[in-house]
Design a protein around this ligand. Structure first.
Ligand code: NZQ
Ligand code: ZN
Length: 388
């Protein structure tokens, strides 16, 4: 393990089909005023909303509701939430939903008492929080982002055509998260598999960096292998508890800072995918799926050794009598077959991206240097064209 780092993760996880029973114990640790955030209505259809409200009432909480958190939450919605959190004197923000609701709740938690425009402060200037933070707890209903155990909070500004994440420190991580795999059964297949690719890509973003022998890489190989097995099962039978529970657990560990330790990490698929998302408002995991292969094929020559290891260790490619490039290519081909098998969108054109958007999207891509090759703007354009 190279480098120096501190590892700490303050989020308490309650996992399993009975995990919601732990919510009462958690609620006892926080004040009376609860801001209940949720999305566009799935929790009302599934009955989860009624269950949560009952638990909150039983615990004597005063509930202020903040519904309508959209996928890819917007800056306007952030302003609305920050105001409501302040006015209701929220002592806990309880996020019930997917990554969007969890991310949004963290963004609200740091914005309620922020004296500046939070978009400018946290997203444009990427400044740290220096004001009161309202604690957040999550009941997760969609798997993929890892938001339940990390400090990420991605906000979209449609007017500026920007989708930007801020990775806050552990003072902003959810204080607790309830992970009941059965709550994910009702996800439409499109969202389910988009989440699966989000998980895979969180891992590859961290895996494809560095050349040292690093324990994190071995952990990630295990997570990826488990994901491939369970995702195929889940597509065949969405109510396969074993598969869905494995995937829920993998998603959390894929992006809760553990496997990033000792790694420089890449994140360029996310940078390009998020810029596509800023223009199209497409589902996060699908934007990643559509740009990942053109990106990886582009950088593979700069990190061939690792792509070869990926092929052999994750996809069981037989390396005998083959040169490194062929092995590496076979690994990406195997990933492509898996992506098609589970039903991912493989083209940005199918997500609403058009040729005339490419220049603007390229301008919105942050060029990072943690992977095997720092891209130029021209290379981003090439990758975007190939992704159509
Ligand atoms: O809004 P409702 O009605 O609840 O419907 C949601 C939404 O339409 C639906 N859904 C969620 N759980 C459901 C369900 N439908 C039926 N049954 C259930 N159990 O699914 C749709 C998508 O939900 P959303 O929360 O948007 O998905 P996801 O979890 O993928 O979150 C995406 C957001 O997270 C950000 C993305 O950029 C995007 O804004 N990310 C956050 C990260 C982090 N915190 O570290 C990292 C990721 O890379 C990602 O960028
Ligand atoms: Zn992601």
């Amino acid at each position: 393990m190279l480098g120096n780092f501190t590892y700490s993760n303050p989020t308490r996880l309650h996992f399993g089909d009975k995990s919601l029973e732990m919510l009462k114990e958690e609620l006892a640790l926080f004040g009376k005023n609860v801001l209940l955030t949720y999305g566009g209505g799935s929790i009302k259809k599934t009955g989860l909303y009624d269950e949560i409200v009952k638990i909150l009432n039983d615990c004597g909480k005063k509930i202020t509701e903040l519904p309508g958190v959209m996928p890819n939450p917007t800056v306007e919605k952030l302003y609305e939430g920050a105001k409501l959190a302040r006015e209701s004197e929220a002592e806990l923000i309880l996020a019930v939903g997917g990554g969007s609701v969890c991310d949004y709740s963290k963004a609200v938690s740091v914005s309620a008492y922020c004296n500046e425009d939070p978009w400018e402060k946290y997203y444009i200037k990427q400044e740290d929080v220096d004001n009161k933070i309202i604690p957040v707890g999550c009941v997760l209903t969609m798997v993929g982002t890892g938001s339940e155990m990390n400090g990420g909070a991605v906000i979209t500004n449609h007017a500026a055509k920007l989708k930007i994440g801020h990775v806050f420190g552990d003072n902003v991580f959810p204080k607790f998260a309830v992970l009941n795999p059965k709550l994910t059964y009702t996800l439409p297949k499109y969202q389910m598999v988009a989440g699966f690719f989000d998980i895979m890509n969180h891992i590859t973003e961290q895996y494809f960096s560095g050349t040292d022998d690093n324990t994190s890489d071995y952990l990630m190989e295990g997570l990826m292998k488990s994901l491939v097995v369970s995702s195929k099962e889940a597509v065949k039978n969405p109510e396969n508890y074993e598969a869905r529970s494995n995937i829920m657990w993998i998603a959390t560990w894929a992006l809760n800072t553990l496997v990033a330790k000792g790694k420089t990490t890449d994140w360029m698929v996310h940078m390009i995918g998020q810029a596509v998302g800023a223009y199209t408002d497409a589902t996060h995991g699908m934007t990643l799926a559509a740009v990942a292969l053109p990106y990886y094929r582009h950088i593979m020559p700069y990190g061939t050794e690792k792509f070869k290891r990926f092929a052999v260790n994750v996809w069981n490619i037989n390396p005998e009598c083959k040169d490194d490039i062929s092995i590496a290519e076979e690994g990406l081909k195997a990933m492509e077959s898996w992506m098609k098998e589970i039903g991912l969108v493989m083209k940005t054109s199918e997500l609403g991206m058009t040729e005339d958007m490419i220049e603007g999207i390229a301008d919105a891509v942050f060029l990072l240097d943690g992977g095997y090759k720092k891209l130029t703007r021209e290379e981003v354009i090439e990758i975007l064209k190939e992704s159509m």
